[in-house]
Design a protein around this ligand. Structure first.
Ligand SMILES: NC(=O)c1ccc[n+]([C@@H]2O[C@H](COP(=O)([O-])OP(=O)(O)OC[C@H]3O[C@@H](n4cnc5c(N)ncnc54)[C@H](O)[C@@H]3O)[C@@H](O)[C@H]2O)c1
Length: 248
């Protein structure tokens, strides 16, 4: 039975992978969905999935690291849907290499999309959610933000930043009944990880106690929990979804 009927959810980076799986699950639970990605035409497949669930869906084109574009998306969603109940900050990128080889551009790009993008969308929805006196924000961090990783200093720093942002926003917004939580996925099979060399994938598999890579739905299930009423007394929390790679 649908448990989130009447809610409006905005999902960034929804064209594929984890974002698409989250949008599909939220729609199956009854949410109307605003989808955001770099190019609106990339969202066609996700739109089909939401429509198949019988929910309203609209697409918004934006680079999450650009404040004017982010404000335009949130303004557009409020105009079209009348409110935003749920924000999923999912858009993210990697540009991996060792510190000694990492360019300033690659550092800036990853911090801008993963961390600044999460800040900009959180800021943009905060005021409408405060007026509503209700809201749920779920940030997609990473276990790499908890444990670090050689070759991913920019990514690890961005995701550690997302975790600190999650906790700070949770403290600021809790008095207005807005909850802010994060998931920290481990190794999930998407285009982001498909590009990794076979030996890296094998090494990863060796350190996953459950002995398998995660699927986008594994993450989406936990995001759904954090976005919905079943987690109504949780805020500022970071839930690893990693087959036991990290145990807190
Ligand atoms: N795949 C994993 O193993 C894994 C593990 C931990 C965390 N994550 C995180 O999960 C999230 C989703 O990753 P994924 O694996 O589905 O990756 P993906 O590359 O398959 O999808 C990322 C999506 O974000 C969009 N995007 C990228 N830059 C954007 C920008 N500037 N503005 C708007 N949209 C943008 C892409 O177009 C794409 O649709 C990311 O934040 C990623 O860091 C992934």
């Amino acid at each position: 039975m649908a448990t989130m009927t009447g809610k409006v959810a905005l999902v960034t980076g929804a064209a594929r992978g984890i974002g698409q799986a989250i949008a599909k699950k939220l729609a199956a639970e009854g949410c109307d969905i605003a989808l955001c990605d770099l190019k609106a035409e990339w969202l066609t497949e996700t739109v089909g999935l939401i429509e198949a669930a019988g929910r309203k869906v609209k697409c918004y084109e934006a680079d999450v690291s650009q404040s004017a574009a982010v404000d335009a998306v949130v303004g557009g969603v409020i105009k079209e849907f009348g409110k935003i109940d749920i924000l999923i900050n999912n858009a993210g990128i990697t540009k991996d290499t060792l510190i000694i080889r990492m360019s300033e551009e690659d550092w800036d790009a990853v911090i801008s999309v993963n961390l600044k993008g999460t800040f900009l969308f959180t800021k943009a929805v905060a005021r409408p959610m405060m007026k509503q006196r209700t809201g749920a924000i779920v940030n997609v961090a990473s276990i790499i933000g908890l444990i670090g990783n050689a070759g991913q200093c920019n990514y690890a720093a961005s995701k550690a930043g997302v975790i600190a942002l999650t906790k700070s926003a949770a403290k600021e917004l809790a008095p207005r009944n807005i909850r802010v939580n994060a998931v920290a996925p481990g190794f999930i099979q998407t285009r982001m990880t498909d590009v990794l060399p076979e030996e890296v994938r094998k090494k990863m598999l060796d350190i996953i106690p459950m002995g398998r890579f995660g699927q986008p739905d594994d993450v989406a299930n936990v995001v759904l929990f954090l976005a919905g009423e079943n987690s109504s007394y949780m805020t500022g929390q970071v839930l690893p979804v990693c087959g036991g790679m990290v145990m807190q």
